[in-house]
Design a protein. Structure first.
Length: 323
């Protein structure tokens, strides 16, 4: 019966988020643990008259890893791509090339069935779009960003000549790319420019970490993390990053802000990242965001009540926008 309840959310993916049309080539990229979600999305696409293909692959080990080559080829041939996956392929070359080829991408990383039943999926995607685009424009126009939080984050970075990204939850035109139900605006800072401290005190919704029981503190120098301290969860993420044995995983890749009031902090990636009034710092790959670094992975560290200053003007104060 759960699948019956999920159909309403799957319908919103089709009609609101992607506007799937009759005859379009819809590709659903999934892995073995997420097949039940893919089946519901496929059924909704078939109801709209789409030509539906579901491809099932072995789960990737890291978020941001590449899918198999034959999956990547299918992505480039699709009109619309949905990705209900255990680990994200959002920050992969395969996704980047598919979007550049004209596919509309709806990324559904670490998705769980409940996300098609209630929560962020009920968000007013079209109503929030103007704010999302406005914040992305502000990020694109700024030269310097300064982010602080009551929890201890205090970091500056250069945004000079970097594009702002508006992930509205809507992908209506060829080459549109977004996440759902997360709604966020983001930017990739200039490589080597980030300096200061990041204190994640909300969640790290990756690698089975989720809601944080203790803050995770990152020290940042020359655009990369040089030290991670905190409790058990901090050691977990530090050990994982070290085990990858690749310097690019320490890159400060993204500055982003959640904008969906329907999202709730619960340790689920695309719910947490969309929570209105939060900020997150992306770490690792930045190529799909306007940056230049390709790492073996990408993950986000979330924090409460951010204040953002762009070129000495406060545009966000304790999680509330003044734009």
């Amino acid at each position: 019966m759960e699948q019956v309840l999920m159909m309403q959310g799957a319908g919103r993916l089709m009609d609101v988020c992607a506007r799937v049309r009759e005859g379009e080539k819809v590709l659903i990229v999934t892995d073995f643990p997420k097949v039940s979600i893919a089946e519901v999305i496929a059924a909704a696409a078939k109801e709209r008259g789409a030509d539906v293909v579901v491809t099932v692959m072995t789960p990737r080990e890291l978020d941001g890893a590449e899918p198999p080559e034959h999956v990547a080829a299918a992505m480039k041939a699709a009109d619309v791509i949905f990705t209900p996956l255990t680990h994200s392929i959002t920050h992969s070359n395969a996704t980047k090339e598919a979007i550049e080829a004209g596919a509309r991408g709806i990324m559904l990383s670490a998705f769980i069935p409940e996300q098609l039943i209630s929560g962020g999926i009920d968000g007013d995607f079209e109503g929030i779009e103007p704010l999302c685009r406005k914040v992305a424009d502000l990020l694109a126009e700024a030269n310097v960003a300064h982010l602080t939080t009551p929890g201890g984050t205090d970091i500056t970075m250069s945004l000079k000549d970097r594009p702002g990204n508006a992930h509205t939850g809507l992908a209506h035109k060829p080459g549109d790319f977004t996440t759902v139900p997360n709604i966020e605006s983001s930017v990739s800072p200039v490589e080597g420019s980030a300096e200061g401290v990041i204190v994640a005190d909300a969640s790290i919704p990756y690698y089975n970490i989720g809601i944080l029981s203790e803050p995770v503190r990152y020290e940042v120098t020359d655009g990369r993390i040089v030290n991670i301290t905190g409790g058990t969860q901090a050691r977990q993420i530090a050990d994982l990053m070290e085990s990858v044995n690749h310097d690019a995983v320490y890159n400060i890749a993204q500055l982003a802000f959640g904008l969906n009031p329907k999202c709730k902090m619960q340790g689920v990636m695309l719910e947490d990242e969309g929570v209105y009034g939060t900020a997150h710092i992306g770490i690792g790959t930045s190529t799909l965001l306007g940056g230049e670094i390709k790492a073996p992975g990408h993950y986000d560290a979330l924090m409460w009540r951010p204040t953002l200053t762009l070129d000495n003007k406060v545009v966000l104060k304790d999680g509330e926008w003044n734009v």
